[in-house]
Design a binder for this molecule. Structure first.
Ligand code: PLP
Length: 452
């Protein structure tokens, strides 16, 4: 059992449990639900209509261009449609709800070049975790001062690489790392990563990284002893948190470290707070509200501390739609069958295994008809309108390669039909493998729906 960090028990009353409102994904997808909220301004609502029109057109043109009877091997492969306009909408939304917080996009969530260029142009900075991610971002012409090497456990050779490239900002959570940094990159601008209570998160990170508050003194003493440049504190609340109050509590814990560094150890005032990632569009309003509450209370605008974040999925999840081809079918019983599609958990849907995602298969094309956004044509649960029960499988020979064991369709889908999966941009192509000889150079079609 983890012990309760000091500040959570004594300093302040923690914020109450704040639930992420789960919108029904059965009808509208969460992107549409978010942008079409009653209080959203009209321009955004209209831009969403334009986005849907353009996404459909992009999917349709591509599918119509493929004749599965005659095409070259692989021409009917799954493909992504990426809406750069969505990235612009997300950026504007971030600026509106978190005006004090400069985002450092977490490259690992989707290192797509167009996403990186777009974000770099909009003014985002970048969170990298490895040599190759740093190289990718520097290739965009981004200044090394706009990169944070946010991996608390780095190979010595990678630290030397960061030093050579001029990437100074980095995180740490153990004394051993400090010794390496002292040796190879002593002018680093360091952020101490603290653990958070991420017990409500779907993807927990604090079991692997982050220093418990009880151990902070040991790290601060070492920083002092080695004469290193501690500039701030970072944390990550985990992904898919259902209790959003962890944002508030983590900010409060960070304040404790800020104070401790100066009062107990006489270190120079810290000047940077990094509130990490874990932002999701479906509860962005709620999580930013509680984060701002914490920031206003513990780091008011007058306190002179700069605030940054490391959002990953927020900027890429809703920007991508994946389209897949039905390559095989096995009838099981009357109105029940197994469908095999050309993408799966070893490809772009590895997010099922690694990221606890539950992609929603929707009918794109059946019997010469398109069904984009025909929300009645498929369902996660049995409903009278969808009498055909299917399980959906990926193309590899592994039994684990299953997208869903149970889904319901309005039509009796056939080989040659197409499915689409909305909001599939985060932790998908970034972790696809070549297992079983399936190439992973997935085509991406780009559109830019109207924004602003
Ligand atoms: C993965 C990761 C992120 C991004 O997390 P999201 O949930 O995609 O926002 C940010 N910072 C660090 C250190 C990470 O490991």
């Amino acid at each position: 059992m983890a012990t309760v960090p000091l500040s959570r028990v004594d300093q302040h009353k923690p914020a109450n449990f704040v639930q992420c409102p789960k919108v029904s994904t059965e009808l509208l997808d969460f992107r549409e639900t978010y942008w079409k909220k009653k209080d959203a301004d009209e321009t955004i609502q209209n831009s969403m209509d334009d986005a849907q029109e353009q996404i459909f057109l992009g999917l349709k043109q591509r599918v119509q261009a493929i004749n599965q009877e005659t095409c070259e091997a692989g021409d009917e492969n799954s493909f992504f449609l990426c809406d750069i306009g969505e990235v612009h909408r997300l950026w504007a939304q971030w600026k509106q709800r978190l005006p004090r917080v400069q985002p450092f996009y977490a490259v690992k969530s989707n290192p797509n070049n167009r996403i990186l260029t777009t974000l770099a142009e909009l003014g985002a900075n970048f969170d990298c975790a490895s040599k190759s991610e740093i190289e990718t971002v520097l290739r965009q012409g981004v200044d090394p001062s706009r990169i944070i090497y946010a991996n608390p456990c780095k190979a010595s050779s990678f630290i030397r690489f960061a030093q050579k490239c001029g990437v100074k900002k980095s995180t740490f959570d153990n004394v051993e790392e400090l010794a390496k940094i002292k040796k190879f990159h002593p002018e680093s601008e360091l952020l101490l990563r603290i653990a958070t209570d991420d017990s409500s998160a779907q993807c927990r990170l604090s079991t692997k990284y982050g220093c418990e508050l009880e151990r902070v003194d040991v790290l601060l003493a070492k920083v002092k002893e080695l004469g290193l440049n501690l500039v701030g504190v970072s944390f990550h609340v985990g992904s898919g948190a259902s209790d959003l109050s962890t944002f508030y509590n983590a900010v409060k814990d960070a304040r404790y470290v800020f104070d401790r560094a100066t009062t107990k150890f006489g270190l120079p005032e810290l000047r940077l707070l990094d509130v990490g990632g874990g932002f999701q569009l479906d509860c962005f309003a709620e999580s930013t509200e509680i984060l701002n509450m914490g920031l206003d209370e513990f780091f008011p605008p007058t306190c002179g501390v700069d605030i940054i974040a490391e959002p990953g999925r927020y900027f890429c999840a809703s920007s991508f739609t994946l389209a897949c081809h039905v390559i095989a079918k096995r009838a099981v019983e009357n109105k029940e069958s197994m469908l095999y599609i050309n993408d799966g958990v070893y490809g772009n849907m590895n997010c099922i295994l690694f990221d606890h995602q539950d992609p929603n298969p929707r009918v794109l094309y059946h019997e010469n008809q398109f069904h984009y956004r025909d929300f009645g044509s498929s369902s996660r649960v049995a409903v009278p309108e969808c009498p055909y029960k299917v399980s959906i499988w990926g193309p590899t020979c592994d039994g684990l390669d299953c997208i869903t064991k149970e889904h319901y369709m309005k039509f009796d889908l056939e080989i040659g039909d197409w499915l689409y999966f909305p909001n599939l941009g985060a932790y998908t192509s970034s972790a696809a493998t070549q297992f079983n000889g399936f190439e992973q150079i997935v085509d991406v079609i780009y559109i830019e729906s109207s924004h602003a």
